[in-house]
Design a protein around this ligand. Structure first.
Ligand code: F6R
Length: 367
C-alpha cells in the first residue's frame, strides 16, 4: 500500500493534488459553485438566511476553521467565530440569531466535536448545522443537517495532512456558496472559481520543493525549540506547521502572528532559535518583511517560504525557499505543503515513528 513511499505521511502529502482535485470534482459549474454539494435541496435558501457562523473543531481541523474565518469575513458580511470543541462545549452560549453551526472533522467521530454539536441541537441554538467531514458514514454526518464531504480518501498517518488541505478547499467552496446565496458580485465568484481549478497544479509545484526541504531539515535535528510566524490567514497556517513539527518530531514549536513578536516572544530569539515563516504575496507582505528584520537584528536563524516575487534577500542566517506565485486566496493551501514536508523530514532524521507518534491516536473518540 505504501508503494514507493517510506511512510504513509509522505504518501499522503504527495496525494494532495489528487485529493484536492477530487474535492473540487463535480462541484464547480462554469463560473460558480454547485449548491447541490451540500446534499440538501434547500441549501442555498438556508445559506441566504445565515447571519452568523460558528465553527467548531479540534486540532488540525480547528486550524482549518481559523483560516476559514479569515476567508468568510473577507468575502461576505457574515461574522464568523471559531473555537475548539473542548472549550465551547463547556461554556454558556449567549443566544445568537440565524446562526449556521459548522463542525470540521476528518474522522467525524471526535468526541468533543460531537458533544458540541449535540449541545447546540438540544438548546436549539442555531438555524442549521453543517459538517465538513471526510467520512461519509460518520456520527457527525449523521447528526448534521448538511454535509460537505472532503474527498481526501483514507488518511492513515496520525498527523493530518491531506485531510487539512481538503478541509480548506471545502471552506472555500462554502465561502463561495455563501457569496452566491447573499448575491455577491458575479465576476468575483467567477474569479475565485477559476482560481480553484489551478490548485492541484500549484500544489504539484509546491511538492517540487521536497529535495530542498530535505536538505534544510538537517538544520533542525539538534534543536529543542522553534518559532513559526505568519500574518493574516497565514497565521493559522503557521499554527498548523508548528503542530506538525511538535507531534511528529517532538521539537517544541510555537506559532505567533508576526506582529506579536515585539510583545514578548522576541526575548526568546538568539542564534540558536530557528524561525520558520510563510511569506506569500499578500497585502501584509511588507509588514511581515519588517517583522523579519526585527528577528534578524537579534541574530535569529530564519527559514522563509516566500513568493518568488517577494524579493526577500537570502544570507547566512536567512534561508529563502521560493514558492510559486499563487492567488492570495489559495496561499494558505499551497503554503501548508512545504511546512508538512519540513516536519516530515525533521522527524525522519530524528528517527521518530512518523506515522504513529508517541501518545497520540488517530481518532479521539473519548474526552
Ligand atoms: C493533528 C491531528 C489532530 C486532529 C484532531 C481532530 O495532526 O490529526 O489534531 O486534527 O484530533 O480530529 P478530527 O479531524 O478527526 O476531528
Amino acid at each position: 500500500e505504501l508503494g514507493e513511499y517510506r511512510h504513509f505521511m509522505l504518501k499522503e502529502i504527495f496525494e494532495q493534488p489528487q485529493s484536492v482535485a477530487a474535492t473540487l470534482e463535480n462541484r464547480l459549474a462554469g463560473d460558480h459553485v454547485l449548491p447541490s454539494l451540500l446534499g440538501a435541496p434547500d441549501a442555498l435558501e438556508k445559506l441566504a438566511q445565515v447571519e452568523e457562523i460558528q465553527i467548531i473543531a479540534c486540532g488540525t481541523s480547528y486550524h482549518a476553521g481559523l483560516v476559514g474565518r479569515y476567508w468568510i469575513e473577507a468575502n461576505t458580511d457574515i461574522p464568523c467565530h471559531v473555537e475548539v470543541a473542548s472549550e465551547y462545549r463547556y461554556r454558556r452560549q449567549p443566544p445568537r440569531k440565524n446562526m449556521l453551526f459548522v463542525t470540521i472533522s476528518q474522522s467525524g467521530e471526535t468526541a468533543d466535536t460531537l458533544a458540541a454539536l449535540e449541545k447546540i441541537k438540544e438548546n436549539h441554538g442555531c438555524m442549521a448545522t453543517l459538517t465538513i467531514c471526510n467520512v461519509a458514514e460518520s456520527s457527525l454526518t449523521r447528526e448534521s443537517d448538511m454535509s460537505l464531504m472532503t474527498m481526501a480518501g483514507p488518511e492513515i498517518g496520525v498527523a493530518s495532512t491531506k485531510a487539512f488541505t481538503t478541509q480548506l478547499v471545502a471552506l472555500q467552496l462554502l465561502m463561495v456558496l455563501l457569496m452566491q446565496a447573499k448575491g455577491a458580485d458575479k465576476a468575483r465568484v467567477e474569479q475565485i472559481t477559476a482560481d480553484l481549478r489551478k490548485l492541484p497544479a500549484l500544489i504539484e509545484q509546491a511538492l517540487d520543493l521536497n529535495p530542498k526541504i530535505e536538505v534544510l531539515s538537517e538544520r533542525f535535528i539538534e534543536k529543542h525549540h522553534s518559532l513559526f510566524l505568519g500574518r493574516g490567514e497565514l497565521y493559522p497556517v503557521a499554527m498548523e506547521g508548528a503542530l506538525k513539527l511538535k507531534e511528529i518530531s517532538y521539537i517544541h514549536a510555537e506559532a505567533y502572528p508576526a506582529g506579536e513578536l515585539k510583545h514578548g516572544p522576541l526575548a526568546l530569539v538568539d542564534s540558536e532559535m530557528p524561525i520558520v515563516t510563510v511569506a506569500p504575496s499578500t497585502g501584509l507582505l511588507e509588514k511581515l518583511k519588517s517583522n523579519l528584520e526585527e528577528v534578524r537584528s537579534r541574530g535569529g536563524e530564519l527559514y522563509v517560504f516566500a513568493d518568488r516575487e517577494a524579493h526577500i534577500k537570502a544570507d547566512d542566517s536567512l534561508h529563502v525557499l521560493e514558492v510559486p506565485h499563487v492567488p492570495e486566496l489559495l496561499a494558505p493551501i499551497v503554503y501548508t505543503v512545504p511546512l508538512q514536508l519540513l516536519s516530515y523530514h525533521v522527524a525522519v532524521q530524528k528517527g521518530t515513528d512518523v506515522d504513529k507518534p508517541r501518545n497520540l491516536a488517530k481518532s479521539v473518540t473519548v474526552e
